[in-house]
Design a protein around this ligand. Structure first.
Ligand SMILES: [Zn+2]
Length: 336
């Protein structure tokens, strides 16, 4: 755009103005070269939320509103990775699929350094195969729990047939961060998994991530519940973090007092579908959240939510106007 308008101006101006225009044009080109994708993300993207990110080197976590499910985009310096690619269970609601692709396309993304699925439930993997076939994906990560759903089996078949780089990760395993200054640590599930009877518990074995940029940490809890939280605390690892993506869509089986105390978040964000069948977020969970912070966000009300940080400060950008008084109302319509 800048180059095109520059040409039109030069054709009708004096020689002096031509030089000024040329210099300006060169500065614009130099700025684009120097700042690369950050410049595109800051001003040139068609994503109205991301265009509000002012720090060109910010690390941002985008909790995409896909309804009742998870899709969380990580971005920094025009480099991207995706945690979960869910789709709502309801066959009548196909908006969740559209939401992920529309969001990624609005940022002109054609490559994801990795796609990590936290666990095998449909609301976290429903669009995973399509993401792999649509974008250039560096590595696919999951927890390696065997699962016999048709969706997961098709996903695994695709990964095998297309030779997608696939890596199973659990606590203590390394995940290669696409950004040298961002650390991505896996703090659950344990290597020998969390069992319910003789079977691995699907939700409790969610991959839980502790992501840190500078002094700002994020805990992304997948659908992990009480057992996983207990395990994480028992390992003694530090999970003190500024931002918590709460487990299991604000279910009462997640985000125990002990876990919230260990994380002591300043910002809590939930991915939750409007009028979902589960009554998420549950009243008990919201009551617990309210003891720790007033900064609570949920995708059913706020729409897409971006938490963006320069490594010391952070801010939250929401698609819809954030109305704090509406946040502490459960999925069943009961107010805290
Ligand atoms: Zn879920």
């Amino acid at each position: 755009m800048a180059k095109r308008s520059g040409k039109r101006k030069r054709s009708s101006k004096t020689a002096q103005t031509k030089i000024i225009s040329l210099v300006c044009g060169l500065l614009v080109i130099a700025a684009i070269v120097i700042f690369g994708g950050a410049e595109l993300e800051g001003t040139g993207s068609s994503n109205p939320l991301a265009s509000q990110i002012t720090d060109e080197h910010a690390f941002s976590v985008h909790v995409i509103d896909i309804g009742q499910g998870d899709a969380i985009l990580l971005s920094k310096d025009d480099t991207y990775a995706l945690i979960d690619a869910g789709e709502t269970m309801s066959p009548s609601d196909r908006e969740s699929r559209t939401a992920i692709f529309a969001y990624l396309d609005s940022l002109d993304i054609d490559r994801l350094e990795f796609l990590l699925i936290t666990h095998q439930d449909y609301d976290h993997i429903g669009s995973a195969k399509d993401v792999l076939s649509t974008y250039d994906v560096g590595t696919f990560y999951d927890n390696g729990v065997e699962h016999t759903s048709a969706t997961y089996e098709k996903l695994m078949t695709y990964i095998s047939e297309e030779n997608v780089t696939y890596s199973i990760v659990r606590e203590g395993d390394q995940i290669e961060s696409p950004w040298t200054d961002v650390t991505i640590e896996i703090i659950s599930p344990p290597q020998d998994l969390i069992m319910t009877g003789s079977s691995p518990d699907i939700n409790e074995n969610s991959i839980v991530l502790n992501i840190t940029y500078g002094e700002v940490s994020f805990i992304l809890a997948g659908d992990a519940g009480e057992k996983a939280e207990e395990y994480i605390i028992s390992t003694g690892t530090s999970i003190d973090a500024e931002i918590l993506k709460a487990g299991h869509h604000g279910s009462s089986g997640s985000s125990t007092d002990a876990f919230l105390e260990a994380v002591s978040p300043n910002v809590i964000v939930m991915s939750v579908g409007a009028d979902n069948d589960y009554g998420h977020p549950h009243l008990e969970t919201l009551t617990r959240f309210a003891q720790y912070t007033e900064n609570i966000y949920r995708t059913d009300l706020d729409g897409d939510v971006i938490i963006t940080t320069d490594g010391s400060e952070y801010s939250v950008i929401t698609e819809n106007e954030h109305i704090a008084e509406n946040i502490l109302v459960s999925g069943n319509g009961v107010s805290v």
